[in-house]
Ligand binder design. Structure first.
Ligand SMILES: [Zn+2]
Length: 139
């Protein structure tokens, strides 16, 4: 069984129930509603854009990706700009992710240095103690 399908409403052979394949009338698909198959009873959420519709089985709401109508209805130039911004957003997220990794690396390095410094401080203390003990011996 398909869980999601995007199709053109002009292509009637694709306008069918995700579960049993029963024909669905495009008029039955209203945006942001739940459609219940008249044959098998499967419920599907409907996301409709102009001449296209996306059906998603009700059990998988996380597969829905609603595109805000203001983007769908935007002028082509605005759409291009929005697409560019979305891409930029993705690239920034990627950079942020890489920076996070670098920060973790540096933190670990800093901890290693701290540990080394601690070890050095202890060594100096030990040397001082030994020197102190040696000085005590000569007295
Ligand atoms: Zn069905």
């Amino acid at each position: 069984m398909a869980v999601k399908r995007s199709f053109s409403l002009n292509n009637k052979s694709h306008c069918i129930c995700l579960k049993c394949g029963a024909q669905i009338l495009p008029d039955d698909l209203k945006d942001d509603t739940v459609y219940k198959c008249v044959r098998c009873g499967q419920e599907m959420t409907v996301d409709r854009y102009d001449s296209r519709a996306v059906l998603t089985v009700i059990e998988k709401p996380e597969l829905r990706r609603r595109i805000p109508p203001e983007i769908m209805n935007a002028a082509p130039q605005q759409k291009a700009e929005i697409a560019r911004l979305l891409q930029e957003n993705d690239s920034l997220k990627d950079q942020l992710h890489k920076a996070d990794g670098k920060i973790k690396e540096l933190r670990k390095e800093a901890r290693d240095w701290e540990r080394a410094a601690d070890g050095l401080a202890r060594m100096i203390e030990e040397i001082k103690e030994k020197e102190g003990a040696a000085a005590g011996d000569t007295k």
